[in-house]
Design a protein around this ligand. Structure first.
Ligand code: ATP
Length: 749
């Protein structure tokens, strides 16, 4: 024991020194920030933008240093060569530039996650530091090389089979949930680490059963990639796509706790800038809109806005007659199409061509040759002539994505012409009044249309040319500023140049990216990727031409009718053979008894269930309560929620979810509100902050709770077997099942 005490106090000294250094850096950065701000808004514009850039730089650094307070250091590696290396949230060096703490993402920290007794990688001992606040409260050692360390070394312990830092891991898994996901940086397991550090290029697909850490791994990978490839990723940014706003809020603390704040997070429904897709529709309609054939339908709808008239049209212009002929229109359309530009932009070519032809007719009637510089005036005359304008518009109608889609849904004849491959019944499914709210499944179709229609980007392109010329000068200047101010390494010259360049309120890369439909990201992370329709994949891939992606999901948990049941048929058409698969197999969330029951039910329903081994079991984790009739279900579920809340309140708190098919939610809410736990019930986007939440199975996707009360599983499973699998695998401590109908096949052994 004395040995352990002295080990603890030795580690406390190290940790104290690390926090002292952190405090000193914070004070230093704040002071620099104060100095910059004190200078006030004077000086030349150049000086001002330089000062703003440094202010932002210091603000970001202060925020990063604040974010790493909790568990600043969590590991130690004792190396064969006698070196000792501390691993933590960020890298720290002392005043002499010697390393005090190694960033968990640095190559020097990799052994902390990967070394095993079979492959010690130069490590003789791995130590997990357990801290509370700034105090070291425990140590856990794994001796990887007994020969090197010598028998009888204090603190020596067995290497846990398979799991790294088992004590620290199990403590993390058993902790009460807060409604927000935490980082796993202290206990990343070897199979997860291999995925986190996998190379940047290409698409990496991570398939794994529920609770295998896919979301955690995807977020840590984003942080790792930003660290390892900062120059490349910082400028174009990283996009993270999740299934819902509630989910994005659930995970939104993980990246900041890893020192990263610049990732753009969104859902497919929000990926089209300035459009809010809040409409709801049947699964069947959403599935239809997600089919790959819809790309062809949109393309045809666009082409049908380019129309050759059936008859010639005579138009009187300034006492002369010009004729808009089918032949001229046909040739002008063909010519405009040849330059392969989007519809609204190619229209410029079409109009120019038609004006030239109509101009020729006009000049011929003059009876004398016209000097070339006067031709322009005639073209202008024709262009501004009302009837000519109408005729040209009818032949090549400029339009917006919204208008195109609205017309397609509202006009059966248009839809039939554009979508002959759909059956009349399918086309009827798409019918909708103009002005109806957009739905999430409309978003990829609008994006498809925007791509084919294009915006009038002449002004934007002129601006781009000017920007490109200024850019080289700015970069050069930023490099020199960084060198002379000793800030090299804190920020890239590219980023600083961006900040110098942007006048007015500064937009971050994330903000600029989120506002621009044509923005392309350096890396895209997709969570719950099994839900994406083929059309959603097309939209997403437009955002990442390099195909550098992390795609995580579980094809057994698919809810969407048009979602993936297997990765090959989903990804091969959009990614070809350029993707690689990694699998996660250990379930860190759900107690073994619950996970086993969920897997049996999923298999009985024919779902493509991945192999899953549970990291732990919990006593009494599965409670089944059969009620005597259907109306008793809601009252009983409310009672179970109350019991669960009470038992969690006796411990270190936690979260309870009541999960039921959507038809029961209203009655359940009333039942809960009539009990003593009504005050615990949350609602809306911040529902997870409250101790108790009421959700449909689909809404629980990606989330987790200490206790889940599941109402009538057979009913949930009849809606979607994937939804039932999701709902059953949400609890970290206990699943309470309340049912009247027979339990689904496979539930009982
Ligand atoms: N190495 C780890 N150390 C500590 N906790 C972990 C580890 N890996 C995963 N977890 C925890 O396990 C739980 C499940 O992780 P996560 O939500 O990432 O799984 P998932 O595979 O995305 O699940 P699902 O597919 O069911 O949504 C989380 O609480 C996560 O923090």
């Amino acid at each position: 024991m004395a040995g352990r005490e002295s080990e603890l106090s030795g580690e406390q000294k190290v940790v104290d020194a690390l926090y002292d250094r952190l405090d000193a850096l914070r004070a230093q950065t704040r002071e620099r920030l104060r100095d910059v701000r004190r200078d006030g808004p004077s000086g030349s514009p150049q000086n001002r933008s330089e000062r703003d850039a440094f202010a932002t730089l210091y603000e970001d650094r202060v925020a990063q240093l604040e974010a790493v307070e909790d568990r600043l250091a969590f590991g130690r590696l004792d190396l064969r060569d006698g070196d000792r290396r501390y691993v933590g949230r960020i890298g720290l060096t002392d005043a002499d530039h010697s390393t005090m703490l190694t960033d968990w993402r640095a190559p020097a920290a990799q052994a902390f996650y990967r070394a095993t007794a079979a492959h010690p990688d130069g490590v003789v001992r791995r130590r997990h530091l357990v801290t509370r606040g700034r105090s070291v409260t425990g140590l856990e050692d794994e001796v990887l090389d007994l020969d090197a360390i010598g028998a009888g070394t204090p603190g020596g312990a067995d290497v846990a089979a398979g799991l790294t830092g088992e004590g620290a891991l199990l403590a993390a898994l058993a902790a009460g949930r807060t409604g927000r996901m935490g980082d796993i940086v202290a206990t990343i397991q070897a199979e997860q680490d291999a995925i986190i550090r996998s190379e940047l290029s290409g698409a990496l697909v991570v398939q794994g059963g529920p609770g295998t850490g896919k979301t955690a791994v995807a977020l840590h990978r984003a942080a790792y990639l930003l660290y390892a490839h900062r120059r490349l990723l910082e400028r174009s940014g990283v996009l993270l796509v999740g299934p819902s706003r509630v989910f994005l809020r659930y995970i939104d603390q993980v990246l900041p706790s890893l020192g990263e704040t610049g990732v753009v997070t969104t859902t497919i429904a929000e990926l089209y800038p300035r459009l809010v897709a809040t409409g709801a529709e049947d699964d069947a309609v959403a599935e239809l809109k997600g089919r790959p054939a819809l790309a062809g339908v949109v393309a045809r709808a666009v082409r049908q806005r380019q129309r050759v008239p059936a008859r010639p049209q005579e138009i009187r212009v300034e006492g002369r007659t010009v004729v808009v002929t089918p032949h001229d229109v046909g040739e002008s359309i063909a010519r405009a199409r040849r330059n392969h530009r989007p519809h609204n932009l190619a229209r410029v070519t079409f109009v120019r061509e038609m004006l030239a032809r109509l101009g020729d007719q006009y000049v011929e009637q003059l009876g004398y040759p016209l000097p070339p510089d006067e031709r322009g005036e005639i073209h202008e005359e024709l262009r501004s002539h009302r009837e000519v304008r109408i005729a040209l518009n009818l032949a090549w109608m400029p339009t917006t994505p919204q208008k195109l889609l609205e017309d397609l849904y509202a006009r059966p004849a248009r839809l039939e012409a554009a979508a002959p491959e759909l059956t009349p019944a399918e086309r009827r499914l798409l019918a909708r009044e103009p002005g109806a709210p957009w739905t999430p499944a409309d978003v990829p179709l609008l994006d498809e249309a925007a791509e084919l229609l294009g915006e009038d980007d002449q002004a934007a392109r002129a601006q781009q040319r000017v920007d490109a010329e200024n850019r080289a000068a700015e970069l050069d200047y930023a490099r020199r500023v960084l060198q002379s101010s000793g800030n090299e390494g804190l920020v890239s010259a590219e980023l600083l140049a961006d900040r110098f360049a942007s006048g007015g309120p500064r937009l971050t890369t994330a903000e600029r990216a989120a506002a621009d439909r044509t923005w392309t990201y350096a890396h895209v992370v997709v969570d719950e990727a099994q839900e994406l329709s083929p059309m959603a994949w097309r939209m997403l891939l437009r955002r990442v031409p390099t195909r550098s992606m992390t795609i995580v999901g579980d094809v057994a948990q698919t809810s969407a009718r048009g979602g993936a049941r297997s990765w090959h048929p989903t990804l091969d058409p959009v990614l070809g053979s350029s993707w690689r698969l990694a699998e996660l197999t250990v379930n860190y969330r759900t107690p073994a008894a619950v996970a086993d029951a969920a897997q049996r039910v999923a298999r009985a329903a024919g779902l493509p269930v991945s192999p899953l081994t549970s990291a732990r079991d919990v006593a009494d984790s599965l409670v089944v309560d059969r009620v005597h009739d259907d109306p008793a279900l809601v009252a009983s579920a409310a009672g179970h929620a109350a019991v669960a809340l009470e038992s969690l309140a006796g411990g270190d708190g936690g979260r309870v979810a009541v999960v039921a098919a959507s038809g029961r939610v209203r009655a359940l809410r009333a039942a809960v509100e009539s009990t003593g736990v009504a005050g615990a019930l949350g609602a809306g986007p911040t529902a997870l902050d409250a101790p108790l939440t009421l959700l449909t199975p689909r809404e629980t996707k990606g989330l987790e709770f200490d206790v889940v009360v599941l109402v009538e599983p057979a009913e949930v499973g009849a809606g979607s077997a994937g939804d039932l699998y999701v709902a059953m695998t949400r609890p970290t401590q206990q699943l309470r099942v309340v049912h009247h109908a027979p339990l689904p096949d496979g539930f009982e052994v």
